[in-house]
Write a protein that binds this ligand. Structure first.
Ligand code: NAD
Length: 309
């Protein structure tokens, strides 16, 4: 277990996966003592190799930590780590702060915030964008909800792992901002696929169609990355499709609670349901285009030059 540190403040870090592993490494490099916990021995070993300390439970990771960060793959995992017997809810006490940096459910975060407040412990929701590449490079963008004074206290942590931290509003607001990011991205993946499918089914060359529109106002780095992935059939880069599927579901659940109208997200989620069912979940989000290819039995590919001649 963790030894007392002689460096900067101690951080308990739970969830050392693709995102959490490199984030914890940046905290170590910035001088924090980082007591990490993960169910995976390999993740713990990597954390140790990067100069972190390995704890054997969430409670042990939180022991004597000024800040405790969770970076877990599912909302269910967050609930387990916080609320299960022996979990964080039993051990955290003021002036400790819990910061959930996962993309969780707003409803869960608000409930946990209430339960922790009964112990006098503040919770921030502080999800990130920038993907695994941004986590490795330390260039994540953080968007946070909760008490603004607590957010200010946590700024040094955010500065160590990212390039920008934005306070968005009360608890749950960071997640709402993250959902907006995910809705825009997932809808763009679907719009690219749908547009190219329309062009291809009418006999237009998808490659030429994209060439024609790629310098106008519809152009964006996101659209460009998506279309290049579709044309090269390489879905190995970028956040996994399964994460967009999860996040659209969380956005729809929040919309149901808030009575908000999300017709585009609902349709996008339907397409991602099919993509998950077809086994595309571990590829990049732009791989949802394969659903259009399968349903319409078409190829979203540029027509080779010789066929134009
Ligand atoms: P991941 O699956 O790579 O890592 C999650 C880690 O949590 C794993 O190492 C797993 O062993 C650990 N874990 C699961 N349950 C646990 C438990 N009960 N106790 C301790 N450890 C446990 O996931 P990730 O890609 O790092 O994503 C983490 C969060 O970040 C998700 O909410 C995701 O939506 C969000 N996110 C991911 C990306 C991305 O590109 N991967 C980008 C932005 C945000």
């Amino acid at each position: 277990m963790a030894a007392e540190n002689s460096e900067g403040p101690t951080v308990g870090f739970i969830g050392l996966g693709r995102m959490g592993g490199p984030m914890a490494r940046h905290l170590v490099a910035a001088g924090f003592t980082v007591q990490g916990f993960d169910l995976s021995d390999e993740a713990l070993e990597r954390h140790r190799a990067a100069g972190g300390l390995a704890a054997d439970s969430p409670a042990a990771a939180a022991h004597d930590a000024t800040y405790v960060i969770t970076m877990l793959n599912t909302d269910e995992a967050l609930q387990t780590v916080v609320e299960d017997p022996g979990g964080l809810l039993e051990v955290l006490q003021p002036p400790q702060v819990l910061i959930d940096m996962s993309t969780s459910r707003v409803g869960t975060i608000r409930r946990l915030a209430q339960r922790l407040a009964e112990r006098g412990v503040p919770l921030l929701d502080a999800p990130v964008t920038g993907g695994a590449q941004g986590a490795q490079a330390g260039t994540l963008d953080v968007m946070a909800g909760g008490d603004p004074a607590v957010f200010e206290r946590c700024r040094p942590l955010f500065a160590a792992i990212g390039r920008k931290a934005t306070y968005v509003g009360p608890i749950g607001s960071g997640l709402l901002a993250k959902y907006v990011n995910q809705i825009v991205m997932a809808a763009t993946f679907c719009a690219a696929a749908e547009g190219l499918a329309l062009a291809a089914s009418g006999g237009a060359d998808p490659g030429k169609v994209y060439e024609a529109i790629s310098s106008g106002l519809a152009a964006s780095p996101l659209l460009d990355t998506s279309v290049k992935a579709i044309f090269s059939r390489s879905y190995g880069q970028g956040a996994e499709l399964s994460l967009y599927h999860k996040d659209a579901a969380y956005a729809l659940a929040a919309a149901s609670d808030l009575k908000a109208w999300l017709p585009i997200t609902a349709q996008v989620h339907e397409a991602f349901n099919l993509a998950m069912r077809a086994g595309f979940g571990s590829g990049a989000g732009s791989g949802v285009a394969q659903v259009w290819e399968q349903i319409m039995d078409i190829q979203l590919q540029p027509v080779p030059q010789e066929q134009h001649d």
